[in-house]
Design a protein around this ligand. Structure first.
Ligand code: IPM
Ligand code: MG
Length: 359
């Protein structure tokens, strides 16, 4: 009997719906090719829904998502609402609510001409960042004193727990082991200035002893940014705390060709996990058919990989790589010269071709 996957789809705001549509159509096609079906539940949460109903992200939706196999998210954020309000309610709501402690962000250059760095080619840029996803300043421990007065105090704590740090480090070591590349894991932190990060140093060292086949490396976050630009080839697998990982992976996205094409997975191994492009809602580009659908399509690819549909995931990745190789796109951004829809169609045609050509 054909496998059925239940996937929650949350297109969200701005360019979210149009890029999500391409990702969903691509998933459906791959399902046809590989013989699985998708049972999709689409959720309306985002700015329009909030403005109409005053509902941001109800607990009942999170409970429903808990019973699905995976979640696909487009983008959240709208300038009409207070900064970060919906992002915290929906994105953080899902990450924290489902304890998705790994934020997995591959940084892979698919074609040399996408890279803004001089002389760097696909062989130089192929790494994966494992960003901790449930602690740090994102944990929301803090608040205001005397808010709005001249004596105001604002505090937000950088929380690290032994359990939280250890589990993400362990995930990263396991990943470094299955990656074909360098068998090297780099810990990125700021332990020289932030004393609490000594917890990372010790956990990395202790867990690392169980992985004697994996070389251990270390870089402070400021230096890691410098190496990312200067010598991206020095990285294979990186493990990093939440906020530093947020920043480092935007830089990583730029190095691989742009925010439009970078994808991520919010993962709790063995449980329902959430996949999303790393770009935001880009309201000024919404509805114009100019946003790159590649970030969302590669998020769908990661989703399939997570569900164990490895061949299906490969079909998507190969088709994306082929699109870049054709040189059809002037860039991987909104000025690519090829529409959102057209890029999606092209990728699906390529996937179809692959399926009908016996290997
Ligand atoms: C990301 C985003 C989010 C984050 C925002 C939207 C809260 O920048 O997924 O990287 O900071 O994690
Ligand atoms: Mg970010």
């Amino acid at each position: 009997m054909a496998k059925t996957y239940r996937v929650a789809v949350l297109p969200g705001d701005g360019i979210g719906p149009e890029v999500t549509r391409e990702a969903v159509e691509t998933l459906r096609l791959v399902g046809e090719i590989r013989g699985f079906t998708l049972q999709l539940t689409t959720y309306p949460f985002g700015a329009e829904h909030y403005l109409k109903t005053k509902e941001a992200f109800p607990a009942s939706a999170l409970e429903e998502m808990r019973g699905q196999d995976a979640i696909l998210l487009g983008a959240i954020g709208d300038p009409r609402l207070p900064v970060g309000m919906l992002e915290r309610a929906i994105i953080s709501g899902i990450r924290f609510g489902l304890d998705l402690y790994v934020n997995l962000r591959p940084i892979k250059l698919y074609a040399a001409d996408l890279c803004p760095l001089k002389g760097k080619t696909p062989e130089h840029i192929d790494m994966v960042v494992v960003r901790e996803n449930t602690e740090d300043v994102y944990a929301g421990i803090g608040g205001f004193l005397k808010k709005g007065t001249a004596d105001e105090v604002a505090v937000q704590e950088m929380i690290f727990t032994r359990k939280g740090v250890e589990r993400v480090i362990r995930y990263a070591f396991d990943l470094a082991r299955v990656r074909a590349k360098a068998k090297k894991l780099t810990l990125v932190d700021k332990a020289n200035a932030v004393g609490a990060m000594d917890l990372w140093t010790r956990a990395f060292e202790e867990v690392g002893r169980e992985y004697s086949d994996i070389a251990r490396d270390h870089a402070y976050i400021d230096a890691a940014c410098m190496w990312m630009v200067k010598n991206p080839e020095s990285f294979d697998t990186i493990v990093v705390s939440n906020m530093f990982g947020d920043i480092l992976t935007d830089l990583g996205a730029a190095v691989q060709g742009g925010m439009g094409i970078a994808a991520s997975g919010n993962i709790h191994p063995g449980k329902v996990s959430m996949f999303e492009p790393i770009h935001g809602s880009a309201p000024k580009h919404a509805g114009k058919n100019v946003a790159s659908p590649i970030g969302a399509i590669l998020a769908a690819q990661m989703l399939l990989q997570y569900l164990g549909e490895t061949e299906g995931a490969e079909v998507i990745e190969d088709s994306v790589a082929e699109l870049f190789a054709t040189g059809k796109l002037k860039s991987a951004g909104t000025d690519s010269g090829v529409g959102t829809r057209e890029q999606g169609d092209w990728i699906r045609q390529s996937a179809r071709r692959r399926a009908s050509t016996p290997t």
